[in-house]
Design a protein around this ligand. Sequence first.
Ligand SMILES: [Zn+2]
Length: 332
Amino acid sequence: MTDTLISSDIDFEVDGKHTGYLRLPHSVHRSAYGRILIPAVMIRNGDGPTALFMAGNHGDEYEAQIALGKLCRELEAADIRGRLIILTMANFPAAQAGTRTSPIDGGNLNRTFPGNPLGTPTEMIAHYIEEVLLPKCDYFFDLHSGGSSLYYPPTLLRGLGHSPRERDELINLQAAFDAPYAWVFTSGGGRETKARTAMGGAGRKGVITLMAELGGGGAVSPEVLALTERGVRRMLHSIGMLPGYEPDATNGTRELTITDSVVAYDNGLFEPFCDVEDEVKDGDAAGQIHFPEEPWRDAKTVRFQHDGMVLCKRVPGRVERGDCLFQVGSDL
Ligand SMILES: [Zn+2]
C-alpha cells in the first residue's frame, strides 16, 4: 500500500549520500499550496542491510535528534555497507515546536500507527513510515527520551523476539548499544498486534526493532548524548553497516521488566523521596503530594507496590490525578 500523498526528494534505490525532505501537502490560510518539509537523509553503499534510525517521534525528546544529526554530517557513503535512512524530526511539527504531540492536529505519532494516507498530518506520517519506509528495512531503531514530563537513565527497549534468530539479534544489538539498562517487554509487541506504536508497525512488517529511552526532562544531558552517539555507531557496526568502526569494551546492561507504575491520585505538588536508579521495596514511601492551596492540609504519601529499581521519574513538580510519578523495574 503506497497510496501516500507524501513525496520524497530522495530516491532510496540510488547509491551515495542523499539529503532532502519528505514533502507532506498542508494547505492552510497563510500557504494555500504549502508543504510540511520533514528532513530525511539516506546513505547507501552497495549490498547490505537497510536500517532506519528515527528521532523526533515525540518532538520534545532531544538527545537522539542531536545524535542522529551528527551521524548525518559525519558519515559518507564510503563508510557504510548497505542503506542507512535517518529521520531526525519524524513528527516534524511536534519536533519544531518542542512538544510531544503535533501542534497542528494534536497527534501523538507513537499512538497513531498504522496511520492513514488521507488523514491528519500525524496520521499521514505514521502511514508513510509503516507502508513506505519500514517495508524497505531490516532494522528499525526508534530513539526516544522521557520528554518534558519524564526522565530515564539511558535504557534500551526490546521485545523477546518472535523466533530464536530474532531473539539473538535483539540481544546482540542490546549488547552493542551498551546502555546501562534494558527494559524488556515480556508480552505484547508481536507482529499480530494492533499496537499503535512505531515499534508495533515495525513488528507488522517483520523488521527487527529496538527503542530507547535516553534521558529527558525537557533538556539534553551531555552524558546521555555521548552514550547515544556511541551506541548508535556500535549498533551499526554490529550489523555490518559500519565496518571501519572499532568498538571499545562494553560496560554491560542490566535487564529489567516494568513491574510498578506509581500514579498520582491527587492534584498537587509532588515531593519525591527517591531518584532514578534507587532500589526500593514494596510499601516504601515514593513521595508526598502537597496541597499548597490548603497549607493546613496534610500531605498525602504515595507508596511503591513492588520491589525493584526506579527506572523513570516524573520531572515537573506540579502533578495531576493520573500522572505517572515513577516506574519501577525488576530484574528479568
Ligand atoms: Zn517518546
